[in-house]
Design a protein around this ligand. Structure first.
Ligand SMILES: Nc1nc2c(ncn2[C@@H]2O[C@H](COP(=O)(O)OP(=O)(O)OP(=O)(O)O)[C@@H](O)[C@H]2O)c(=O)[nH]1
Ligand SMILES: [Mg+2]
Length: 354
């Protein structure tokens, strides 16, 4: 008995003398414990769906509903996401109705207060610890709402001084609660509307002021409801209807001159269209369809985008300082890539989906 005791004592002494060994042992135990805790947490997380809310904000006619429809059209192709499940009869019905309209070239029609709609879908992603499910909500609010929250446009200083005295009763309460809990905000700006204006600079200044006011009101709603810091919300600016900037309006094309030679390819009129690369509508009686030019055939868009972002520098800087600004994306439902994808749609999905 005494020999066993002295053997154990001697062994322990030998081990404790070897402090490196003990330290390594302690670290190994710690790592094993942390790993099992982390795996347990991740497993638990994979069992609870993660909620992800995306708010689409913009003035009436900016192209919000059309854009959302184009996003669903891409989602349903299943190239960019694992299989997606649409939730609720209304989401399924609306998505399919609107996609049919978009495909046939019909307008989806303005969204009214009664139409305020939250699309719901979910999908799962596999990780080494299991699958995580995301419950996504995408809200299409009527442009009239944005108009109302930005009604103090051009008078931001006074508004900041006097606080926000917006009549919340004007709004559906659900709107503010939902907006305050969103994770991603898409501010949609209509390029066609901006650049077709008589006074472009004034229009940009006005849009900037109204968008800023909208964000101030959202910030206010967020802090009032005590949910996390508005500076941690992701904001994206989406410039829609890019095609309108590349277009030669049909009224400017003289069809009689277009067709003077074989398909008129050498005429000045044809060059006008060729240079613009796209025209609104089909050049009917020549049978030349300039609608579906793939992205690769478009003129270099970088200078145009640079100039536009220079024009919107104030708004971009405002979002950069007050939010987690994620940049600008250009979209057009009329311009398609060779695989049929509408311009901007996959960039938007990658930017806003987890
Ligand atoms: N040329 C062109 N027109 C577009 C594009 N996207 C939308 N439009 C047109 O713009 C108009 C308004 O589109 P909507 O999607 O209804 O706009 P909205 O922002 O939902 O409008 P509200 O619901 O009133 O707030 C429709 O006539 C669309 O066909 C685009 O990329 N290019
Ligand atoms: Mg709409």
């Amino acid at each position: 008995m005494e020999t066993v005791h002295s053997f154990l004592k001697a062994s322990l002494e030998a081990l404790s003398n070897n402090s490196n060994f003990l330290a390594a042992l302690a670290i190994a135990v710690l790592i094993a414990q942390s790993l099992s805790l982390l795996t347990a947490r991740l497993r638990l997380r994979s069992q609870i769906p993660i909620s992800h809310k995306i708010a689409v904000i913009g003035f009436p006619g900016a192209g919000k509903t059309t854009l959302i429809t184009a996003l669903f059209e891409l989602i349903q192709r299943g190239q960019h996401l694992p299989p997606v499940k649409l939730h609720g009869y209304n989401t399924i019905k609306r998505v399919n109705q609107y996609i049919a309209k978009l495909t046939s070239g019909d307008n989806v029609g303005p969204t009214t207060e009664q139409d305020t709609f939250i699309y719901r879908f979910s999908y799962s992603k596999s990780f080494f610890w299991g699958a995580t499910t995301y419950d996504v909500e995408l809200a299409d609010f009527p442009g009239q709402y944005t108009d109302k929250i930005a009604k103090e446009d051009g008078n931001e200083e006074a508004q900041r001084e006097h606080g926000f005295e917006l009549d919340e009763a004007l709004f559906d309460r659900e709107f503010f609660s939902w907006i305050a809990s969103a994770r991603e905000y898409l501010f949609v700006i209509d390029l066609a509307e901006i650049y077709s204006n008589q006074d472009v600079i004034r229009r940009i200044a006005d849009t900037t002021a109204r968008m800023r006011t909208s964000w101030h009101v959202i910030e206010d709603a967020v802090s009032e409801r005590g949910v996390s810091d508005p500076r941690r919300r992701n904001v994206h600016i989406i410039f829609t209807k890019l095609d309108a900037l590349l277009a030669v309006p049909m009224t400017q094309v003289d069809f009689s001159k277009l067709c003077t030679t074989d398909y008129g390819e050498d005429t000045e009129e044809f060059k006008k269209i060729e240079n613009a690369k796209i025209a609104i509508g089909t050049v009917g009686h020549c049978g030349v369809d300039v609608w579906k030019l793939p992205f690769g055939d478009l003129p270099d868009l970088a200078p145009l985008q640079k100039e536009n972002e220079e024009n919107f520098r104030d708004l971009i800087q405002f979002f950069q300082t007050r939010t987690k600004f994620d940049g600008c994306i250009y979209s057009s439902v009329k311009l398609r890539g060779v695989d049929g994808e509408r311009m901007g749609t996959s960039a938007i999905l990658s930017a806003v989906l987890p």
